[in-house]
Ligand binder design. Structure first.
Ligand code: HPA
Length: 273
């Protein structure tokens, strides 16, 4: 079966299981694990029940799509994403974003946890993604182009939609939540960066580094979706502070910021035009 047929089969399945699909979807990153609890009338569809949809390999990751209401607006939540470092091919990493696009989603909100590269940042900060740097040395659009989704050589001059960014800033201001802004650099992981790599990322213009988001954003942009991205800075990237980096620190900071991050994300999703 061709890739586009696999994508379209899952998109049809989504539409038949959920009925009318929302025009907005969110990919939950670390720190937003409980975000779906904010939904009213939540209806969950495990990935395992969608024939041809990838399965999460990371223990404890939810792996479901949830349709629900936020302030009276229907939203689709993707709880459990696929990372390149898990060993999935990039076509799998971006598969859900492509399914959402073919199912009629128009706006994709991507969230993640990231390390702060900008020394003006602190753990717990939220960063609106203004642009990204792909320093992973690969690209999810390599291979045959899926002409049904988009062009061979897609424009990337505004991956993160200007109007949605403006909206995010306005809502953050209204809610009294500080929102930094910057460039997110994607490395494959799973090892954290070395201090030299962090200095390189900073010299290249990065404000944060992480192991997700960019593949999904490239594929969603290719498919014509409007994208908004916000990173939760869970730690300062390696070498900035004189201390080693622990996954535990990432998880703890994410948990502490969950309410604030969730409130901002909810406000933005509810007011997306
Ligand atoms: N580097 C890469 N990915 C991350 C980090 C980091 O410091 N923190 C959370 N995700």
């Amino acid at each position: 079966m061709k890739e586009i047929e696999r994508i379209d089969r899952c998109a049809s399945e989504l539409k038949s299981r959920f009925g009318n699909l929302p025009d907005r979807a969110i990919i939950l990153g670390s720190g937003l694990g409980d975000f779906a609890d904010r939904l009213a009338d939540a209806q969950a569809l495990p990935y395992a029940e969608i024939e041809g949809f990838p399965r999460p390999t990371v223990e404890g990751h939810r792996g479901e799509l949830i349709r629900g209401m936020l302030s009276g607006k229907p939203v689709l939540v993707m709880a459990g994403r696929f990372h390149y470092y898990e060993g999935h091919p990039l076509s799998t990493v971006v598969f859900p974003a492509r399914v959402l696009a073919r199912a009629g989603v128009k706006k994709l909100f991507i969230t993640n946890a990231a390390g702060g590269v900008n020394t003006g940042f602190s753990p717990g900060d939220l960063m609106l993604i203004s642009d990204h740097l792909n320093i992973a040395g690969t690209n999810p659009l390599m291979g045959d182009n899926l002409d049904e989704l988009g062009p061979r050589f897609p424009d990337m001059s505004e991956v993160y939609d200007r109007d949605l960014r403006e909206l995010a800033k306005n809502i953050a201001k209204r809610l009294g939540i500080e929102l930094k802004e910057g460039v997110y650099a994607w490395g494959t992981g799973p090892s954290y960066e070395t201090p030299a790599e962090v200095r390189m990322a900073r010299a290249l213009g990065a404000d944060a580094v992480g192991m997700s988001t960019v593949p999904e954003a490239i594929a969603a942009n290719h498919a014509g979706l409007k994208i908004l991205g916000i990173s939760l800075i869970t730690n300062m990237a390696a070498g900035i502070l004189d201390q080693p980096l622990h996954h535990r620190e990432v998880v703890e900071t994410a948990a502490k910021a969950a309410r604030r991050f969730g409130a901002l994300v909810e406000g933005i999703l509810a007011e997306m035009p």
